[in-house]
Design a protein around this ligand. Structure first.
Ligand code: GTP
Ligand code: MG
Length: 554
């Protein structure tokens, strides 16, 4: 396939549609994305303060909202109130007060139902009992008569991809932006994630007053979807040692750090299972590289992973957050690639020998570094200021420029999203995974330091490979799907001059002759030798095991 040709076709198509005035233009924020950049620490701090001023109340239906509002107003001024319903038809109202003292007095006034089997717990999760003596004022949301800032249009349920009206939009770029808009983590989702963290923090406060529980991963790195899991970590607040104090707390001396972490996970698992409301299906995963407690927070309707200490992952979230906010094209491209991988089963919710969302995100970022749309990490490290220096307790250097708006832009890349999507597929379809490792630190490939089917240098711990788990079969499947995706976009544009994103999510069809021909062309282009159909599904360098694709072919 001729890369310049396909890009030209996309440009022509774009122009053609713009002329017809049929295109809804979402791409308003195409320059100066960093002018409104909010520092990660500020974002985290604001969301934490918001969660300290909030309570989540289960109600019998949305008709109770008005009643709940007037009841809660007794404790202080209400800033925001959100209603949502989970799949199990439970209704919840998230109420944010102007002041944390209002939450404290509300909790002081709330009561426990007497039950000898339950130890009373104070938490921001409550339920609202109906007032038998007073008839419920049936003010509905549709009446729009609330005199408070009521937010009812945000969902906690991830939309089905087929329900997003992607085919209403002709331009692939706009479809990508719509996909982002409809599936990205919304305000209420973010609030509930921070409240989920605050529940654990409050529960530990008595014995560990310096501990903070922070969300990390896609909940905060700007790449989160409505249904993504919540990754949480318990960390000590950064306190500077008071060298003038002569009184020092006694501490427990621990000889084996990993054993201690595993025991902490056991204890936390018990705490969540026995005492904390809404926490169910608690599993203690103590043998993992990073031991975690997995549980489900039923009031929020999401799965959670709680780690005891993973400071590097928090810094990694900040690094990804900076890239996600660097340019308006980064997030829609990452979302589309992640959705593509999910729909064609390249990724899977359970961990295994397949590619993860985290690795995929890094691949997209690496491609955008090739396009000079985002900088390499070394540049961020070189530009770091004194207050950017961070060394974790484990001694890992996580120093890089935090305020990305201070970074001068050198190259202007004006490529549109559709061009970048096709570019991503083409770039990795012909990528030599056998010899090359991907380094976002240098923004270029380096020789693989050791054998792994896919090698992505961990940006913060450069001696590790973040995609070590991926088998050679899965890399081969990934490569075939990349070629197929490039072929699907390219052939569709050639034939119809338009493209529906949903067509991308169908995956490789081994029965399609034209796709096989395309595969052969690709192989010939890359290897300069005669290729048989069998070659298409064999890796030159490694003996192939029984792949899923081979099974399908047989
Ligand atoms: P989704 O949950 O799939 O939306 O994405 P996520 O980025 O949150 O991924 P995940 O929940 O699997 O992991 C949470 C965070 O842990 C990631 O954002 C990374 O910072 C970190 N992480 C995940 N996998 C790895 C890995 O293989 N190596 C390292 N070093 N960190 C990882
Ligand atoms: Mg996650």
């Amino acid at each position: 396939m001729n890369k310049t040709c396909s890009l030209r076709r996309l440009c022509n198509l774009h122009e053609h549609l713009m002329k017809q005035h049929r295109v809804i233009r979402y791409e308003s924020n195409t320059s100066n994305d960093l002018n409104s950049f909010v520092l990660y620490d500020k974002f985290i701090c604001e969301r934490r303060s918001q969660s300290k001023c909030s309570v989540l109340v289960q109600v019998s239906s949305e008709n109770s909202c008005s009643d709940l509002h007037s009841y809660c107003s007794k404790f202080g001024s209400i800033k925001n109130i959100f209603h949502y319903q989970l799949a199990g038809s439970n209704h919840f109202v998230l109420t944010e007060f102007e002041d944390q003292s209002s939450v404290n007095s509300l909790l002081d006034q709330s009561t426990h139902i007497k039950d000898s089997n339950v130890i009373a717990v104070r938490s921001p999760f409550l339920w609202f009992r109906s007032n038998a003596s007073k008839k419920n004022s049936k003010l509905s949301i549709v009446d729009n008569k609330f005199n408070f800032p009521f937010q009812a249009n945000q969902t906690m349920i991830e939309p089905n991809i087929k329900d997003i009206e992607l085919n209403q939009l002709d331009s692939l770029s706009n479809q990508m932006l719509l996909l982002l808009k409809r599936t990205q983590l919304n305000d209420i989702g973010t609030r509930l994630r921070f409240l989920t963290a605050m529940q654990i923090e409050n529960a530990l406060k008595g014995i560990f007053p310096l501990s903070r529980v922070l969300p990390f991963g896609s909940s905060v790195n700007s790449f989160g979807k409505i249904g993504s899991d919540i990754d949480l970590v318990i960390m000590d607040s950064q306190t500077t040692e008071n060298e003038t104090s002569r009184l020092i707390y006694h501490g427990k001396c621990v000889s084996n750090g990993r054993t201690q972490t595993q025991r902490n996970i056991e204890i936390l698992g018990d705490l969540l299972q026995l005492f904390l409301p809404g926490c169910s299906r608690v599993k203690r995963i103590t043998q993992a590289r990073v031991p975690i407690v997995k549980y489900s927070q039923d009031f929020v309707g999401v799965e959670c992973d709680l780690a005891v200490s993973n400071e590097t992952a928090v810094n990694m979230s900040e690094l990804l957050y900076i890239f996600g906010n660097f340019d308006y094209r980064v997030r829609p491209l990452v979302f589309t690639v992640k959705m593509w991988a999910k729909e064609i089963n390249l990724t899977n919710d359970t961990p295994g020998r397949w590619i993860t969302n985290f690795s995929l995100t890094l691949l997209v970022l690496f491609y955008l570094q090739q396009e000079k749309i985002i900088p390499d990490i070394q540049t961020l490290v070189k530009q770091a200021r004194n207050n950017d220096v961070r060394i974790t307790n484990e001694g890992i250097n996580c120093t890089f420029l935090r305020d990305a708006s201070k970074l001068p832009r050198v190259v202007e890349n004006k490529k549109t999203l559709d061009q970048l999507l096709l570019g991503f597929f083409e770039y990795f379809a012909s990528f030599d995974f056998n010899t090359n490792a991907i380094s976002l630190n240098f923004g270029k490939t380096i020789n693989k330091p050791e054998y792994s089917a896919l090698y992505i240098v961990n940006p913060l711990e450069v001696h590790f490979n973040v995609s070590k788990n991926i088998s050679s079969e899965e890399v081969e499947r990934f490569r075939i799907e990349l070629r197929n995706a490039a072929w699907t976009i390219d052939s569709s544009l050639m034939n119809t001059n338009s493209f529906n994103l949903l067509d991308l999510f169908k995956g490789f069809d081994v029965n399609k002759k034209s796709q096989i021909v395309f595969e052969i062309q690709h192989q010939i282009k890359n290897s300069n030798r005669l290729v048989t159909v069998k070659d298409l599904f064999d890796d030159d360098s490694q003996p192939q095991e029984d792949t899923r694709l081979n099974k399908q072919l047989k």
